[in-house]
Write a protein of this length. Structure first.
Lengths: 792, 335
């Protein structure tokens, strides 16, 4: 039979290899090894590491293992270049970013092929997804550079950014990091992943070609120790990391108390929810685009399919048939769907996790893959129990679980039963149902009837253990800018620990009043059964006491967090309903203004200051009541038939440790934005002057504030803040106090990767304009991006 | 090619290679609305699948040539113009007999190659039958008041019988779009079933005129009803609608066809028509067939392409494949 006639019987696709000669030529030019790219030039290679092609195991190049001295040199270059770069007119920085986009486009094929060789991803994806998105990112951020002064008045770049990126989308993650950083006027030291450094080095060459000023972008290669040297370097002002949750936690601890800004984009175990009324064929393709995209090495991959029982058998049959059509193999072949796993170490990790899952009872269905080499077949696991390693651990491979659910309620519960909160994909032909689920699933990105769509204008990032910060759009730009920093002339000093002993005397007032803790809308005595005297005159040595405050402890915090968790209705109530309560609160506080002023005077304020502080508190409450019904997201038209809406959702349960000064205004300045945005709060009032805050609970009670929305625990601030920061069911901690306390809160918050906001308690005038503003509300909310493709 | 054990489209043993089919013809099932009612098709997702599917399969060199040759085997070489004449039809039939220049056929080492059929208006059937005598190439005739189909049913049925009597082996009927747009499934079913009966031994292709049904939900439902009424093929378009064959519409029809097959065991063919003009189009649609249904649906008994100018572009591409030089249309035999 002739060749043509034979093909007419088999209908094989045949080989369709991408030409890699230009990329190999580039590698040959660097055959003696790559040095770091610092201050606009490549250094001679130092001690080198091999870079291999996972599809063949062949060595592609050698790159330098970055030392502390290399990092030092790079940070110095970035530091030197930064003022001039930041001083450039936005228009001129935009021209540089535009040139980067243009030159990336001109070298797109070289970069795509390099990416394939280095990471094992299929050429179709590198060419049609990674490169266009990376280029788009630079174009988009050229725009932000051009309009920066108008869009972010008064804000300034952080300075030098230390950025560490992963191996799954090497160039795209570089673009996500570098473009906004440069647009904002920062300079960059970036460390690409040890396994996939080549596209970053090629990018450095291209940036040089495009005329980027030297020192603005520096690339240091190496392994995790190089990354740690970079994120830990004292000359870094902002750390941005994309990678595993495990390393994210380390970086959180490492940077705690350093004052470095930090954004983390970490792991996920994202739900993929198929409702009974979904277009099942479409949902099957969604799975392909989720977990069988990029070998499943995707942080936001829908790795847990949850499917309505009514359609589960049919869906599984369709999915398995489709899985059978996937082609796993040579990443350079244009008909390959699934390429090589990035590195044998990762392949071993996938195998080990799947083996464990199988031992736990999962049933595995597999597509095909070459027997030899660093490949893993697309795999569907059924019969997976919720506690199975396959349902809980991020596998970062082409392995997906399938679990049936009964009702939408059940689907939401299963979807949220995870530490993570990066992404979700929801499939339903009912907009009513889909949007309900989109609102209720905890994830930074929700794709309705689609999966793994990205755009430079749409924020991307996680909730919970998936990290914090957003990349893309206005929110992504904001992460590379800082509002004018509040700095204390003299920082807060650690107050003496509260003494649970009787006071010498209580300054006489009216009838003796007992301040209590306030938990779940009820006054509560402290679990420990102790109280401490509150000095009548601050700094007077506590001779006379203004009264006694309950000495709260661990269990009181536990109870308060539980109460806050249960008060979910507040987060789901309308902005208008919250505004009504807050206005009512202002009304009631106003009626008792004199009483509060007296209390402040009893704790040492002079009459004028006391009146002013009460007035400030009142104004704050009204201001946030006014904001409550317009804490908005936005709708972005990404393309024809594709809208992405951003929702500003409450963070959840926020622990708030108040500054010592301004006992009423400080409390109100922090608690009000939190609850206006729909959060529930556990607040620790001023340790030294807690009584104005405890008086507030009577106002709360008369203002229809639902129980559990604000919980008050008085006592030793840092001890209580520590319990909050350690608590896995607290979503965020705000701490205004000492530098040591701030470091403690940041480090302890690494456990569940809480969003933290720490600063010196004395940094702001809590009764002045600095004590209120939109940035408070921004901190009180978390952005969820919901993608909505449409078409009749 | 990776073939999984779970692939429902693994090639069967009784595969036809020439015209006609070894399958028993689809007898239809009677109207069964539960097979399509409430079946929703998400358009953005269908468009996305269609776009990525054709971008994710690549055919080069000999493989591309072979798949292009296959497209020729599946073409219903068509002329449906108001100015058709006997002479015009004879010229078309000559091209159907010899779709490629002899030197190309020789270079590709193929003994024989013809198009799948020739498709004409009813009055042109006798000319086509005469011109194709002995070639084994079937004559397909459009009928039933093509393209709008808005003629009294008895006249439409009569037109079918007339064309069959004149020697048409295949009849491309058009459905009444109104029945779809008003969800009058019973009327649609009964009409198509009557047409199928009128076709007798001739194979019937039901043209859905998808450009006028607009929604993919409608396309899926109409496909299903046409199959339930006994269609041998379902076909996208007359070529006269504003929008003719598109990949998302084809994808939707193929899924209906797959679901019908799974429910009844009957295999129905698919014919995209109108809008397929380039060799790249021919490859795209074949990739769609291969990926969604499997290789059996790449053979002319289950796959036809309704086209007129497509063949010329395929011939140019094959010429390039053989000679390594780019070809000029003026050097090819006209259809």
């Amino acid at each position: 039979m002739t060749r043509i006639a034979e093909i007419l019987t088999t209908f094989d696709y045949g080989p369709s290899p991408e030409d890699a000669s230009v990329a190999r030529g580039w590698l040959a030019r660097h055959a003696r090894g790559f040095g770091h790219f610092i201050d606009g030039a490549f250094l001679p290679p130092g001690e080198t590491l091999p870079v291999t092609d996972p599809a063949t195991g062949a060595e592609l190049a050698r790159v330098s293992q970055g030392t502390e001295a290399d990092v030092e040199r790079a940070v110095k270059a970035a530091r030197t270049a930064q003022p001039k770069w930041a001083a450039l007119d936005g228009h001129d920085r935009a021209r540089h970013l535009y040139a980067l986009a243009r030159h990336l486009q001109q070298h797109a094929r070289l970069l795509a092929v390099l990416e394939v060789l280095d990471s094992g991803k299929p050429i179709r994806e590198a060419r049609d997804i990674d490169l266009p998105l990376a280029i788009r990112h630079f174009y988009h951020h050229a725009g932000w550079a051009a309009t920066l002064a108008d869009d972010f008045p008064g804000q300034a770049p952080h300075g030098v950014c230390g950025q560490v990126i992963p191996w799954n989308f090497p160039l795209l993650m570089l673009a996500w990091k570098v473009a906004p950083a440069l647009a904002a006027g920062n300079t960059v030291v970036l460390k690409p992943a040890e396994w996939t450094p080549l596209s970053a080095l090629a990018f450095a060459e291209i940036a040089r070609e495009a005329g980027l000023p030297k020192g603005v972008l520096n690339i240091v290669t190496g392994d995790g120790t190089t990354g740690a040297a970079l994120t830990g370097h004292p000359g870094i002002d902002k750390v941005a990391f994309t990678g595993s949750t495990e390393v994210g936690r380390l970086i959180r601890r490492q940077t705690a108390g350093t004052g470095k800004a930090l954004t983390l984009e970490l792991g996920g175990k994202s739900p993929f929810v198929v409702m009974a009324d979904a277009d099942l064929d479409a949902a099957v393709e969604g799975v392909v685009e989720s977990i069988w995209f990029n070998q499943g090495e995707v942080c936001c991959a829908g790795s847990r399919i949850l499917v309505a029982e009514a359609v589960a058998p049919r869906f599984e049959a369709l999915l398995r048939a489709r899985m059978g059509k996937l082609r796993t193999g040579d990443p350079l072949d244009k008909s390959t769907d699934i390429g090589a796993i990035v590195h044998p170490v990762q392949l071993d990790r996938i195998r080990a996790l799947v083996d464990r899952g199988e031992a736990e009872g999962a049933v595995l269905h597999r597509g095909s893959a070459p027997a030899e080499g660093c490949f893993y077949p697309p795999t569907l696991a059924t019969g997976v129990e919720p506690a199975s390693v396959l349902a809980t651990e991020e596998i970062f491979g082409p392995v997906v679980t399938l679990t049936p659910f009964r009702t939408p309620e059940d689907a939401v519960a299963l979807a949220n039963a995870t530490r993570y909160g990066l992404a979700a994909s929801i499939w339903s032909e009912s907009l009513t149902v889909a949007l309900d689920l989109a609102a209720r699933i905890r994830a930074g990105v929700v794709w309705v009837n689609c999966a793994n769509l990205f755009d430079a204008a749409a924020p991307f990032g996680g909730m919970r253990d998936s990290g914090f910060g957003r990349e893309g759009g206005r929110e992504g730009m904001a992460a590379y800018l800082a509002p004018p920093a509040a700095r204390a002339r003299k920082g807060e000093a650690l107050p003496p620990a509260p003494q649970a002993l009787p006071a010498a005397e209580i300054v006489p007032g009216t009838l003796d009043r007992t301040a209590k803790l306030y938990i779940s809308g009820k006054q509560a005595r402290p679990d420990g059964g102790h109280s401490y005297p509150v000095a009548a005159e601050q700094g007077s040595g506590g001779k006379g006491a203004a009264g006694l405050a309950p000495l709260g402890g661990r269990k009181d915090i536990r109870n308060a967090v539980e109460a806050a968790r249960k008060a979910e209705g507040w987060s789901n109530s309308s902005g208008h309903a919250r505004a009504q309560v807050l206005y009512y609160l202002a009304e009631n506080l106003s009626a008792r203004a004199a009483e509060f002023a007296d209390r402040l005077r009893a704790m040492g304020a002079n009459a004028g200051a006391a009146r002013a502080e009460v007035d400030c508190a009142l104004r704050r409450i009204v201001w946030y009541a006014a904001q409550a019904d317009r804490i908005d997201g936005a709708a972005r038209q990404i393309g024809p038939g594709l809208t992405a809406i951003t929702r500003a959702e409450p963070v959840g349960v926020i622990g708030i440790a108040c500054p010592l000064a301004a006992p009423l205004a400080g409390f109100v300045s922090l608690v009000l934005p939190a609850i206006a945005a729909g959060n529930r709060v556990v607040a620790i009032p001023s340790q030294t002057q807690p009584l104005a805050a405890t008086d507030l609970y009577q106002v709360f009670d008369t203002s229809d504030l639902p129980g559990g929305v604000v919980n008050i625990v008085t006592g030793e601030r840092d001890a209580l803040a520590r319990v909050l920061a350690d608590h896995d069911d607290v979503d965020a901690v705000w701490y205004a106090g000492t530098a040591q306390g701030a470091a403690m809160v940041e480090a302890a918050s690494a456990g569940n990767l809480k969003r933290t906001w720490v600063e010196d308690g004395a940094a702001r005038d809590w009764t002045g304009p600095a004590g209120q503003g939109r940035d408070f509300l921004t901190r009180a909310t978390e952005v969820k991006t919901v993608w909505l493709p449409y078409g009749a | 090619m990776t073939t999984a054990p779970s692939d429902p489209n693994a090639p069967g043993s009784a595969t036809a290679t020439g015209h006609g089919t070894n399958d028993p013809r689809n007898p239809g099932t009677g109207l069964r609305v539960e097979m399509f009612e409430g079946h929703r098709v998400n358009r953005p997702a269908a468009e996305r699948r269609a776009a990525s599917l054709t971008a994710r399969r690549s055919l080069k060199k000999d493989h591309q040539a072979a798949w292009l040759v296959n497209a020729i085997r599946c073409i219903d070489l068509t002329t449906l113009a108001g100015d058709d004449t006997a002479q015009r039809v004879r010229r078309l039939c000559a091209k159907a007999r010899r779709p490629l220049a002899p030197h190309l056929l020789q270079a590709l080492d193929l003994a024989e190659l013809t198009t799948g059929a020739v498709c004409v208006y009813p009055t042109m059937v006798p000319h086509a039958v005469a011109a194709l005598e002995g070639s084994g190439i079937p004559v397909a005739s459009v009928a039933t008041g093509f393209p709008a189909g808005l003629m009294p049913l008895p006249l439409r049925l009569q037109e079918i019988r007339w064309a069959v009597a004149e020697g048409a082996a295949e009849i491309d009927i058009v459905i009444t779009r109104e029945h779809v747009l008003t969800a009058n499934w019973q009327a649609l079913h009964d009409e198509v079933a009557a047409m199928r009966e009128a076709c007798g031994p001739a194979h019937m292709k039901a043209i859905l005129a998808t450009g006028e049904l607009q929604t993919l939900d409608n396309v899926y439902a109409a496909s299903m009803v046409a199959m339930q009424a006994g269609s041998d093929f379902i076909k996208t378009s007359t070529g006269k609608e504003g929008v003719n064959a598109t990949l998302p519409v084809s994808l939707t029809m193929l899924r209906a066809l797959r679901d019908y097959g799974a429910a009844t065991g009957h295999r129905v063919g698919f014919k995209p028509a109108g809008g397929l003009r380039t060799a790249k189009d021919a490859l795209n649609w074949q990739v769609l067939m291969m990926e969604e249904l499997g290789r059996d649906w790449l053979r002319p008994d289950l796959f036809r392409i309704g086209a007129s100018s497509l063949l010329s572009d395929i011939e140019r591409q094959l010429d390039h494949h053989v000679t390594g030089r780019y070809a000029a249309a003026s050097r090819q035999a006209l259809a």
